[in-house]
Ligand binder design. Structure first.
Ligand code: MN3
Length: 234
């Protein structure tokens, strides 16, 4: 009797699984599949040691980034924003709620941040094209790094430092508060971020405490230039 109940339940589960895989071929809204996904971290939690410690990475990804994603999806579900791309959402973010702005920014910014880092020695080199654009915008690579570090150190409170490509393909450095980013219509200078650095205390406090400048210096050891080159070329 008990075995029969289990078998019936198994059949039911199997039937449901088959149906949902059929539905997943239709649009995300119809299938119940979220339009926005929470991507896997591209490396292990300890891969960026000793520059970013394992516990910081684990908490940052599984708690902070996950919460931005969950809250963003919850906030847009059933609204006009649900069917838009992230680019379109950010282009009209001044009309969205603070919950969508903060969590949508947090969701996107961290995906970029994880992608633009790699274990030491695995991030490759700045491409010749990117180097040329950096020299033309900032004078030299050293001047670029100094200006980027200044933007990251100078961000009061929580926020981000960015290397950004504008609509003409020119590079500039900027800094945004909270989880804003240069794709947002509220940004002072707008463009496509190709490199981002999280300077919220949650990104560095366990290892560096109040020494944000040390964390910023350490970041250059783990930049994934291959990813930055690719974003610049797009
Ligand atoms: Mn963060």
């Amino acid at each position: 009797m008990k075995a029969k109940v289990i078998l019936t339940s198994l059949t039911l589960v199997l039937t449901m699984t088959t149906q949902s895989s059929l539905f997943s071929q239709s649009s995300p809204a119809q299938s119940g599949k979220p339009a926005f996904e929470f991507p896997a971290l591209p490396y292990s939690y300890d891969a960026l040691e000793p520059f970013i410690d394992k516990m910081t990475m684990e908490i940052h990804y599984t708690r902070h980034h996950r919460a931005y994603y969950d809250n963003f999806v919850k906030a847009i579900t059933g609204t006009e924003w649900e069917s838009k791309s992230l680019n379109d959402i950010f282009a009209g973010i001044s009309k969205a709620s603070a919950v969508i702005r903060n969590n949508g920014g947090g969701y996107y910014n961290h995906i970029l941040f994880w992608e633009n880092m790699a274990p030491q020695g695995q991030g490759g080199q700045m491409s010749a094209e990117l180097k040329k654009a950096i020299e033309s915008a900032f004078g030299s690579v050293e001047d670029f790094i100094r200006q980027f570090n200044d933007a990251a150190k100078g961000r009061f409170g929580s926020g981000w430092a960015w290397l950004v490509k504008d609509a003409q393909g020119n590079l500039f450095i900027s800094s945004t508060p909270n989880q804003d980013n240069p794709l947002m219509d509220v940004a002072e200078k707008k463009g496509t971020p190709i490199l981002g650095l999280d300077v919220w205390e949650h990104a560095y406090y366990l290892k560096y405490q109040n020494r944000r400048p040390d964390y910023i210096e350490a970041f250059w050891n783990i930049v994934n230039w291959n990813a930055v080159n690719e974003r610049f070329a797009q």
